[in-house]
Design a protein. Structure first.
Length: 306
């Protein structure tokens, strides 16, 4: 959708077999604001474990060097999980369980209003494409060196840990990411064609627990972003953020809980009381048993489990 204040409106909304996408842009003479969203009806479960020794092998008369590398990335409607691992010769074990559900049946609601006695034009967006992503992960290593990175993002918020150049490493993480809805509001002053404000307001929750024993570099970071858009640099400034670095041998324990609720956000007509019923605890239980089914997560009469 492209909106030029009080002039024209155009909509971009694409539905394919792979995903559902929509975008909108509000433009004035001097400033602009835009949004892009993409999700799909998706069910994904993954459980894996590896235990062994990173060591050279003989292949067709050649001696091949030893290393391990791992890559994983999940992204649905700006709910993200990213992992990178590389290891030199040594003893290595890894286990992870991932549970992901997303849902796009509900339509997007857009309203444009202006009171007769007011110069303010209001554009409201309401989206209810819920996502739940859970991950429990453990890694153990002893050898010549390992780098392991993990990043969890929920729309504009994130938390991450990087373990670099560790010869001894043990780490366990438990991540829970929940997106319930998204509302956005843009205000424009039609008398001089100026955008007054823009607010991006996802209803979401992030939980993160990590315990690690490190022997190299440990970089930890997190960010909680505000809802108000700053037009001049074109960003949403952080309201809370932190970065830490530890070099040496450390035992590190960290627990973060970030939650955003916007009670005055514009509701969609059909409401949202039933989706994600029973998911007040975002953490996966210890071990492989997730403890609930897709129906437990999307316990709605209007929802069909993918």
């Amino acid at each position: 959708m492209k909106i030029i204040l009080a002039l024209t409106i155009a909509l971009i909304f694409i539905i394919s077999a792979d995903a559902t996408f929509w975008s909108s842009r509000v433009t004035s003479n001097s400033t602009s604001w835009s949004i892009q969203r993409q999700s799909q009806n998706l069910s994904f479960d993954c459980s894996q474990s590896v235990q062994g020794k990173v060591s050279p092998v003989d292949y067709h008369g050649r001696r091949l060097g030893s290393y391990h590398s791992g890559y994983q990335e999940l992204k649905v409607n700006d709910v993200r999980l990213r992992e990178r691992t590389s290891a030199m010769p040594g003893n290595y074990s890894f286990a992870e369980d991932i549970y992901l559900r997303s849902y796009t049946t509900n339509s997007i609601a857009v309203s444009i209003t202006k009171q007769a006695d007011s110069p303010i034009l209001t554009v409201n967006y309401a989206e209810e494409w819920p996502v739940i992503l859970k991950s429990v992960r453990s890694i153990e290593y002893s050898g010549k060196g390992i780098n392991d990175r993990e990043f969890a993002g929920n729309n504009l918020d994130y938390v991450g840990s990087d373990f670099l150049y560790n010869k001894e490493l043990s780490a366990q993480t438990n991540v829970g990411l929940l997106l319930k809805r998204m509302n956005a509001t843009v205000l424009g002053l039609v008398t001089n064609d100026t955008l007054v404000s823009a607010n991006f307001m996802p209803g979401m929750e992030t939980r993160y627990r990590m315990v690690a024993n490190t022997s190299g570099i440990a970089d930890l970071k997190y960010r909680l972003t505000g809802s108000s858009y700053d037009f001049v640099p074109g960003i949403y400034p952080a309201i809370i953020e932190g970065e830490e670095r530890y070099v040496g041998n450390y035992h590190i324990a960290r627990s973060l809980h970030m939650k955003s609720d916007f009670e005055n956000a514009t509701p969609i007509e059909y409401g949202y009381p039933c989706c994600f019923a029973g998911c007040s605890d975002l953490f996966l239980p210890e071990g492989a048993d997730l403890g609930f089914s897709a129906k437990d997560v999307f316990d709605c009469g209007c929802c069909r489990v993918p």
